[in-house]
Design a protein around this ligand. Structure first.
Ligand code: SF4
Length: 312
């Protein structure tokens, strides 16, 4: 889950420690053991961890991308109560899902949930697919989300690699920056056989709550004695490593802000074309507002009818 730790990577000075003695049964065994032992006490209580329903897991993962856990929890409960299966979501108008997404931001995800529901019904008879290729073929489903469904719903031993997990893998296991493919390979190789669910939950939580970008809390980290970066020192391996996020452009005054305002207005009802600039918050900037409206039409959110913009 992409529960953001919220900050761009930065150089962090951490004190060195003596490496742990290698375990004769395997290079990563101390690391695996430490993570799995930490998991039951260390991780957060989250409602989607109590289900293995792949649809519920998919919805949670899409909601968690770019949105904080506390905001996702009530939305997830409401969504699952209203649309407990892909089929129940697929028969809805996309506009209903976009309205239900209010408050989560990044509304494209709402359309992707609906489009995925339709695809699951059309291609898989309403049953969530359980293989990577079929999951990746669903609209808007990327490698992270597909693997999260495999691990958290189907219990597969795949590495779930988001920004937080990528930071842990680079710092604790590799001790150096990693390219995308090698980070995924290492993440997959680290999963203890048969423990894919628990392992990935723990690694994602470690990255989100302990091994954060700016201030890793090494003294309360279960990997303190085995972490390569902690033991070796040097520049932060997470900087520039696969999955590390860059700084996002300012939201205030951006087209994203105007688009969000327009979508909020459309959730309540249609908007006259002549009112678009005012609704976007840019009185007088008619061309800019028209461009944002055209983007919503192109993306499948809305249509123009009778001189008014409305959700589809
Ligand atoms: Fe991150 Fe833990 Fe390593 Fe510190 S000891 S850098 S918190 S993995």
């Amino acid at each position: 889950m992409t529960a953001s730790s919220g900050s761009a990577p930065a150089r962090v000075a951490i004190p060195l420690r003596k490496p742990a003695e290698p375990n004769p049964s395997g290079e990563f065994d101390p690391l695996r053991r430490a993570v799995l032992d930490w998991a039951p006490e260390g991780w957060r209580e989250l409602p989607w961890r109590r289900t293995r329903d792949p649809w519920a897991v998919l919805v949670s993962e899409l909601m968690l991308q770019q949105t904080q856990v506390a905001r996702v929890v009530p939305h997830w409960h409401e969504f699952m109560a209203r649309w407990p299966t892909p089929a129940s979501c697929a028969v809805e108008a996309p506009a209903e899902v976009v309205r239900a997404w209010a408050g989560l931001g990044y509304n494209r995800r709402a359309l992707n949930v609906h489009r995925s529901a339709v695809a699951i019904v059309e291609r898989h008879g309403g049953e969530m697919p359980s293989d990577l290729a079929a999951l990746l073929a669903l609209p808007g489903i990327g490698p992270y989300t597909a693997r999260a469904v495999l691990a958290f719903a189907f219990g597969r031993d795949v590495g779930v690699l988001d920004t937080n997990a990528g930071r842990v893998v680079a710092r604790a296991a590799a001790g150096r920056s990693l390219g995308r493919a090698e980070a995924q390979r290492l993440a997959d190789a680290l999963v203890p056989p048969g423990r894919g669910w628990a392992w990935n939950q723990a690694v994602l939580d470690l990255g989100a709550t302990v091994c954060t970008a700016r201030l890793p809390a090494c003294r309360r980290c279960p990997l303190e004695m085995t972490c390569r970066w902690r033991c070796q020192g040097g520049p932060d391996p997470a900087i520039g490593s696969a999955g590390s996020s860059g700084r996002q452009s300012a939201f205030e005054g951006s087209d994203r802000q105007g688009r969000g305002r327009l979508l909020d207005a459309l959730r309540a009802g249609s908007v006259e074309a002549v009112a678009l600039a005012a609704v976007c918050g840019w009185p007088g900037e008619l061309e800019r507002a028209a461009g944002v409206a055209a983007g919503l039409v192109d993306d499948g959110f809305a249509r123009l009818a009778g001189g008014r913009l409305e959700l589809i």
